[in-house]
Design a protein around this ligand. Sequence first.
Ligand code: ADP
Ligand code: MG
Length: 395
Amino acid sequence: MRKKTVRDVNLDGKKVLLRADFNVPMSDGEITDDNRIKMELPNIEYILAQNAKLIVCSHLGKVKTEEDKNGKSLEKVAKRLSELLHKEVKFINKTRGKELESAIIEMKPAEIIMFENTRFEKGETTNESELGEYWASLADIFVNDAFGTAHREHASNVGISKHLETVSGFLMEKEIKFLSQVEKSEKPLVAILGGAKVSDKIKVIENLIDKADKIIIGGGMMFTFLKSKGYEIGNSIVEDEKLELAKSIIQKAKKANVELILPVDVVVANEFKNDASIIKTVEVDKIPSDMMGLDIGEKTILEFRKAISDAKTIIWNGPMGVFEMPNFAKGTISMCQMIAALKQTTSIIGGGDSAAAALSTDYSDAFTHISTGGGASLEFLEGKKLPGIESISNL
Ligand code: ADP
Ligand code: MG
């Protein structure tokens, strides 16, 4: 089932409400990374080129109290967008009311206005129906391009969609297209799973176990698997209450004829620090009791390379080690490098930290798709239906 996109509807002269994801990082009231604004430009330029009147909204940060509103205005975002577009972006520092409504009435085709942070409205995160209905009343058509919030049922995505024809923007379209390949992937499909905890990833594992031909396990979660098999794991991160679960996953994989591949060696350190005084690589059955595993080792990297070499599709969620510390980033970077070398393979990486890790390497361009949706990509990989996607009209 295909979802309608901005290309499937006539936008000429229409009032178009765009839900963008302009939740950019800010520090001292300044935008520290404008990538999210830049990524949205092609979609905005397309809409304006159709001669539409464009009304843009987004959330910014977490807003629970009145105080939280300090420093969370979208005004700086509107200014930055204006600079990038070389075009005036009129900012209305309200989320509703006369001023906003009059500004919209006065708009001419190909003009653009942005209103204030959607989370300044209490009813946004509770998806109060009156709020969604109100925002919908401002426009003729709704473009939802905020994949990052697709796992949430908020007024500014699902709420508006209840009252207005909804299509996806370019970014949402791309996310849906690539993440859907989990379901209809070319085989062999190799899933690479890492990250901190098994408990964060259990649903992803369960969803992929029926679909993947091989599952590679790295990251912090490998130690719960190793311990469940009886290995000494020292001070490595572990979830003792998940040992039985790890065992059952190993069993399930066996039954489903899925190859579950665990590391054979690990980089250990005596403390959780980049410049720990002792850092060395040991076999998985020789982890000293006073050390912790923080990355996969060289032999493991070679094993993993073999395992992915014939993959037609690779789905990756969760870094292989503590990649934020350069001394424990090698496993994750090597994985990126090895995947980049597989030119015929569809490679999709998702998850907040995983995407950040991939983007920080020289190999980010080689991935077929890096899903920047954080929680939304994770829930997609769990096989869940996301309300923000469900509410987009089908073609
Ligand atoms: P994502 O955000 O992509 O879903 P996670 O949040 O599950 O990924 O995992 C990322 C975190 O896992 C990183 O902060 C990383 O430092 C941590 N991590 C990876 N390997 C280890 C390890 N061996 N020990 C402790 N933490 C780890
Ligand atoms: Mg994370």
